[in-house]
Design a protein around this ligand. Sequence first.
Ligand SMILES: *[C@@H]1O[C@H](CO)[C@@H](O)[C@H](O)[C@H]1NC(C)=O
Ligand SMILES: *[C@@H]1O[C@H](CO)[C@@H](O)[C@H](O)[C@H]1NC(C)=O
Ligand SMILES: *[C@@H]1O[C@H](CO)[C@@H](O)[C@H](O)[C@H]1NC(C)=O
Length: 512
Amino acid sequence: MTAAVGSPAALWVITAGFIFNLPAVRASRRPHVVFILADDFGWFDVGYHGSEIRTPNLDRLSARGVRLENYYVQPLCTPSRNQLMTGRYQIHTGLQHQIIWPCQPSCVPLDEKLLPELMKDAGYASHMVGKWHLGMFRKDCLPTRRGFDSYFGYLTGGEDYFTHVRCSPISALNLSRCALDLRDGEAVAVGYEGVYSTELLSERAVSIIEGHNRDKPLFLYVALQAVHAPLQVPERYVAPYSFITDPHRRLYAGMVSAMDEAVGNITVALQRRGFWDNTVLVFSTDNGGQTLYGGSNWPLRGRKWSLWEGGVRGVGFVAGPLLNRPGTVSHELIHISDWLPTLVGLAEGSTNGTKPLDGFNVWNTISKGFASPRLELLHNIDPLYVDIAPCPGRHRQFTLSPPVTSSFNVSIHAAIRSSNWKLLTGYPGCAVWFPRPGHNISSELDPLKSVMLFDVEKDPEERNEVSAQFPAIVDFLLSRLQHLQKRASPINFPDDDPRCDPGPSGAWGPWE
Ligand SMILES: *[C@@H]1O[C@H](CO)[C@@H](O)[C@H](O)[C@H]1NC(C)=O
Ligand SMILES: *[C@@H]1O[C@H](CO)[C@@H](O)[C@H](O)[C@H]1NC(C)=O
Ligand SMILES: *[C@@H]1O[C@H](CO)[C@@H](O)[C@H](O)[C@H]1NC(C)=O
């Protein structure tokens, strides 16, 4: 195995040669990279975590791949996608607060070099299908201007699965506007009304695979709408779930089944073209599940929009025959910002032109089981945080006593991880342990403190708050937050621009 150290191509020779006994001449080819991002897919919503929802394709692919069980994403859509595309924390791009709303004149800073640009530089064909949600007020912000050769999808954060219409308030105009949000390249895509998004997007991904010139390596980013609200799904996907009594959960389960089928269809297309033997497929959620709309992160605490594990510990795995240790489970610390250096590494590309990365190349960790190079993980620091969704129960916050020595303002919403330790400050977001689906909500909540420490390795449910027992660790992590916050970019969260209004018959899109 030591001979495989070095380039991914060398690794491929050994793995593929060993397992498939393919001719060596193919070994010099760099792998196709297919990245499938699910939206709001919760920890307890995948079959292999014991869910009542059936995900045969995800289960089978991951069983032959590497399941990432200590894998983190951001608690929201824009931030996760931002970190995937830049390899950098939100505090370094100004996007540490919430998401990009449809009328905000904001996008991922144009001086950031994005993952698809790096893949293109490395000689890849790069295509994107699905949800962008990284800003679109100017044409320069669009995926087609940021490294993707082709794009088919929608630019905002969510919409109707059948009409592809997004409704959004425009505060400056005191109105709510509903307009189409679907593009083919930069042109508005009409004629898809009635086609269910999960099928529309996966069919597009399949046709890209079918039309791909096999002489070039392929980078395909499929950002599915599933399984974000609204809860909409063709009846045939819901039929097997009549045993689920909660109507939200039942529809959600159907949406998950459609998504699982989409992933299956994409892998079958890769196999049909003969690409699969040279493909690295990554599957990841973008954040924890939204319990208000059928998602579950049981037994983890919290949900989407929170810094509890239910918001940030993500479902993720890597599949494909290039893995050195297929059929394993990784408990190494991995974060969504790590994909950029990891995938560019697989592409034998260069991260030249990026700003200082927060991500690490974790290919040896995933493929060979090496220790993760990542020792620390900043979940976020957001001084403007507010929880906008209703959260059951009440809990008050108390300041920690005795007072901490650090100068970090502990009323700020922030969380940081270092090896087994996780420190949270301020209000982390909805703190409830939502029950296993089908069970009743039970647990009384203790009051929250403004500084909380958990040993998330031993206590992934964040039940046992231990800041009083480990003051030196608290001080150290607060000093790390202070250090990072001092270097953070100013928050960019502009007011809505009324010029965003597409009018009664237009489509959401660039207005500047
Ligand atoms: C906004 O619109 C609503 C209903 O259309 C109206 O009642 C309200 O007065 C309007 N507010 C402003 C500030 O114009
Ligand atoms: C998967 O492929 C089958 C066969 O082409 C098709 O009927 C089905 O709609 C596809 N599912 C999705 C989610 O795209
Ligand atoms: C990195 O980029 C600079 C400036 O574009 C260029 O001069 C240099 O050759 C590049 N280095 C590598 C290793 O690609």
